[in-house]
Design a protein around this ligand. Structure first.
Ligand code: ASP
Length: 314
């Protein structure tokens, strides 16, 4: 049955400061325009989420692509996943350092490989073999992020607790206030009734090299299946991974719960079970959707027959 296309995007969930709100909303709005243009010309949900997330990766406001948080040793290491709910094909890359748009490498994995997931040098070589340019990691590193890393490491040396990773017993509100979660993602429904999801991240500030978070792991920070829903998450990755929270959410939609209800339930579960914090966008193949966060703010946007809308709170 032909469907009216829908696209939802997010640009992170945390205590986004007032002076960064406009940049977040502009970025989300640009991503909506690029992704929805694909849907309007009849392209697939996969094309739409790839286009939307590419725009967010290119925008250095967000923790994805250039401008991402730095690893402990000052590099950008990127993770991304793309999943097609119609075919259940998926493509993921992690710990890539020489790709401007890891979501495009994830798309190549989805389209061109019998495998689902590539990491590090193997992922970069795969992308290069399929036409992507390899760049110097320094091109992805911003001075702003070098200063942010120095601050984080100075606090670490001063013995101040790392609230992001302090363990499951701290207050999630406190951690959400202090930790930035600017991962980006999109979910879409195309005119043919297929859904897709994409998530891309630079991970967490001061992460150990080689650390992979939830964003690019199937069923954790991203998932799509036409028989349930498409989902993209942002937030503190380790608890989201432990709960396989993306799959948790879409399974509830498959059991008949509404995405509008499941989205806040997922955030409540994350908080209650492991003290986690973050945000979620969730879209069912019938067009019902949910957006929720348990952080002070979340940058989100939606475009459907009524046109584009963006928000910073719900
Ligand atoms: N979830 C991401 C990670 O843990 C971080 C984020 O959403 O900002 O890698």
């Amino acid at each position: 049955m032909p469907r009216t296309p829908i696209l939802l995007v997010h640009g992170g969930a945390w205590a986004i400061p007032d002076d960064m709100v406009e940049a977040h909303q502009r970025g989300v709005s640009n991503a909506l325009s690029a992704g929805y243009a694909q849907l309007q010309k009849g392209a697939s949900a996969v094309d739409a989420v790839e286009a939307a997330v590419s725009v967010l990766e290119d925008d250095d406001t967000f923790d994805a692509g250039r401008g991402s948080f730095l690893t402990r040793d000052g590099r950008v290491q990127l993770d991304a996943l793309l999943m097609d709910g119609g075919s259940m094909r998926a493509g993921g890359v992690a710990c890539v350092e020489r790709l401007r748009n890891p979501i495009q490498a994830a798309r190549l994995v989805l389209d061109k490989s019998p495998h689902v997931y590539f990491v590090g040098q193997g992922a970069e070589e795969f992308a290069q073999q399929h036409g992507m340019e390899l760049i110097d990691n320094g091109e992805l590193v911003l001075e702003r992020e070098q200063r942010r890393l120095e601050d984080a490491q100075a606090k670490e040396r001063a013995g101040l607790p790392d609230l992001t990773f302090a363990g499951d017993d701290k207050s999630p509100e406190t951690a959400a206030e202090l930790a930035s979660h600017d991962t980006v993602g999109a979910v879409a429904l195309d005119a043919k009734g297929n859904i897709a999801a994409a998530t891309s991240t630079g991970g967490t500030l001061n992460k150990a090299p080689g650390r992979v978070g939830d964003s690019s792991l199937i069923g954790c920070g991203c998932y799509a299946d036409n028989s349930s829903a498409a989902v993209s998450l942002t937030g503190w990755g380790e608890p989201i991974m432990k709960l396989v929270l993306g799959k948790w959410a879409v399974d509830r939609v498959q059991l008949g719960r509404s995405p509008e209800q499941v989205a806040p339930d997922a955030m409540a579960y994350l908080h209650k079970r492991l003290g986690g914090h973050g945000g979620i966008i969730l879209l069912a193949p019938d067009g019902r959707f949910g957006i929720a966060h348990n952080t002070p703010r979340m940058a989100w946007g939606i475009c459907d027959a009524q046109g584009p809308r963006t928000g910073i709170h719900l």
